[in-house]
Design a protein around this ligand. Sequence first.
Ligand code: SAM
Length: 228
Amino acid sequence: MNTQIDLMYMKEKMPDPIIHNPFEDVYSPSDDSFLILDFIRSKISQEFFDEIPIREIENILDLGTGTGIVAIFLELLNMFPSKIYASDILQNAIKCAQINEKRNNIDNKINYIHSNLFESFPNHLKDSFEIIIFNPPYLPSIKRIERKRIDYLWDGGIDGLKVLSKFFSQVERYLNHQKKCHIYYICSSNTNLDELYKFIDENGFKNEVLLNRHIFFEDIFLNRATLK
Ligand SMILES: C[S@@+](CC[C@H](N)C(=O)[O-])C[C@H]1O[C@@H](n2cnc3c(N)ncnc32)[C@H](O)[C@@H]1O
């Protein structure tokens, strides 16, 4: 089977969640969100997810959940025995994800955390996650503008690294050090990639680019970072 047919077949077996977004300040699913879903589809089997035994995955975090698309997709697959957490800095994103969870007939299974990165995470979630997925604001700001709420969706600061670098300086303490852990995140050809990969390396992670997709004026990349 060729890759295109493969992907269509997997999409039929594992469809996108139904997503509704009534909030102006919540990010509607886009190419980057669907790149993550396609990757998950291509790497999941009854026993493994991207070479991690599924039964060993206790906790998954969808950080910056937006409409909840990734967390809801993971729940709908019904293949992970894991607890699924979804967090966002915007209260409306949490509300939106909760509405979408119901629309997809999932009954209060996702655990929501309203938080700026890990700032408001409860202590008991330290050393917990085997999988963390983050589709962050990764685009560089065009110019210094006063930060409005809506900027959180895409504005990664002057070089696109503001949120990602904070994330990589905090994330290690939330990974389950007893197990194999994977962080998946999105960045773009407009992000300062040299700086980003250097920073990730200096913070003790190995980085691999897994997928890329060309959209309009940029390439977006799905990366996997693992502890060295
Ligand atoms: C590009 S959107 C991705 C949304 C969703 N995960 C998706 O793939 O469609 C980025 C998300 O990160 C959230 N976000 C931005 N800065 C954040 C921060 N410091 N802490 C937590 N979430 C943040 C935004 O509110 C937004 O929902």
